[in-house]
Ligand binder design. Structure first.
Ligand SMILES: [Zn+2]
Length: 425
């Protein structure tokens, strides 16, 4: 992160601004990382009283800037300056085999792409805000396209670098999101082995231009496919329904802990994605889940995919499609509701501030995930305190009153005070 921040081109005249930008970025990161809006204020205090502080010890901040300086220093930093740390962590997790369990359809890695609004105001705004007017009131907002690696059986998700949605890309939400997906795919497809990834996204983006782009970039797809937006495909299906055996079916009975469920999988291949001569042909599948004793339907969804389907593969495609909401949920909800303090306002800025801050926050989330995979000390302390929901409370209190020269020292201190067992070999 320091390397990325120091690589930010000088945007002001004067000396040492590069280090100041790194300090501003790492300081804001520290606030998100410790989920502590007051972190920097406490560390300024500690510096005054003791001549050292934890922003320096734990985050490598040489001189703690004030909130106003952070705002000014980070506002001109374009979000692409902070992409590399995401991929560096991804590569490390991948190389260490931690991602081996993250496989879905046909052994591919599942990446979910979803747009979400992360800022909204009637007052604060910048030239990059999306502006909407409803009932004569003006609303300003920012949205991001999040790319997240997940898998049906995995609780943790891994954030990849985000693509920010630009309001100038189109008038409709759909156009803007589409352009953002396109940029993300074009930028990152080359990072993966050909055909090693399956992209998941919603019905809004289940159309020919995106499918063609994904194919061109050697990425598979599983996209939600609703009848209302895919009339040609569903007309063809209705015709096939008249032909015996044209649509394959598999029925599975499952115990969900309370009652038996009846899962009906149906699939067909070579269906037109749209109604003209140049249409792409795709595979289609659906699952309908019902309560066996009452017959009541409890779930239904359908997807379009480029994966060839058989009785086994269809189960994998459905599991991948169904996992998207969970992946999305884990990603967004954690960021919005799990204490990352995005609401802590360093201000909105006039250029990129809100995007830089969201990027730093997502990096904090990613660092926590990576540590939870890879650092036994972090795991041990986190597990113990997660039960008592005090992990971040303790971090906040400890870093306010005690100085730690580095993370190893802090985590070792916590581990010892909690009487946790040593690392098992
Ligand atoms: Zn704005």
């Amino acid at each position: 992160m320091r390397k990325s921040l120091e690589g930010v081109p000088e945007h002001r005249k004067g000396s040492n601004t590069r280090y100041e930008i790194a300090d501003a970025g790492l300081g804001a990161f520290g606030v998100f990382y410790l989920q502590s809006p007051s972190f920097l204020a406490y560390q300024r205090d500690m510096q005054r009283k003791r001549g050292k502080n934890n922003a320096q010890g734990l985050f490598g901040v040489e001189e703690i800037p004030c909130d106003g300086q952070i705002r000014n220093l980070l506002d001109p930093v374009a979000p692409e300056q902070l992409r590399e740390p995401f991929w560096e962590i991804y590569r490390q997790l991948d190389a260490s085999g931690r991602l081996d369990q993250y496989t879905g359809v046909a052994g591919t890695r599942l990446i979910s792409l979803d747009g979400s609004q992360y800022f909204g105001s009637q007052v604060l705004h910048c030239p990059h805000c999306r502006v909407t007017v409803r009932d004569e009131t003006t609303y300003y907002s920012h949205s991001v396209m999040m790319a997240v690696v997940g898998a049906p059986e995995q609780e943790r998700v891994i954030c990849l670098d985000p693509e920010f949605i630009r309001p100038q890309d189109g008038h409709e939400k759909q156009d803007c999101e589409q352009q953002a997906i396109k940029r993300w795919v074009q930028r990152n497809a080359g990072r993966f082995e050909p055909w090693s990834v399956t992209i998941l996204t919603d019905d809004l983006h289940c159309h020919q231009p995106l499918c063609e782009l994904l194919q061109e970039q050697q990425l598979h797809f599983v996209l939600t496919c609703k009848p209302g937006s895919h009339q040609a495909l569903y007309e063809e299906l209705r015709l096939l329904e008249q032909v015996e055996g044209a649509i394959s079916t598999r029925v599975v009975r499952k115990w969900n802990g309370r009652y038996h469920e009846h899962w009906v999988y149906r699939w067909a291949e070579q269906l037109p994605l749209r109604g003209d001569a140049k249409t792409l042909m795709v595979s289609w599948c659906e699952v309908t889940i019902s309560n066996e004793s009452t017959g009541k339907q409890v779930y239904h969804s359908a997807w379009a995919t480029d994966h060839a389907l058989d009785a086994q593969r269809v189960v994998e495609v459905v599991a991948a499609g169904r996992s998207r909401w969970k992946i999305e949920n884990e990603g967004f909800n954690v960021l919005k509701n799990q204490g990352y303090n995005f609401e802590h306002n360093f201000g909105h800025g006039q250029q990129y501030l809100s995007t830089v801050l969201l990027t730093l926050l997502m990096l904090a989330f990613l660092f926590h995930t990576a540590l939870d995979f890879d650092c036994w000390l972090y795991q041990a302390v986190r597990r113990e305190l997660a039960v008592r929901r005090t992990f971040f409370n303790d971090l906040r209190a400890l870093t306010r009153y005690l100085y730690f020269a580095n993370w190893q020292q802090l985590l070792t201190f916590m581990h010892k005070q909690l009487d946790l067992p040593p690392q098992s070999s």
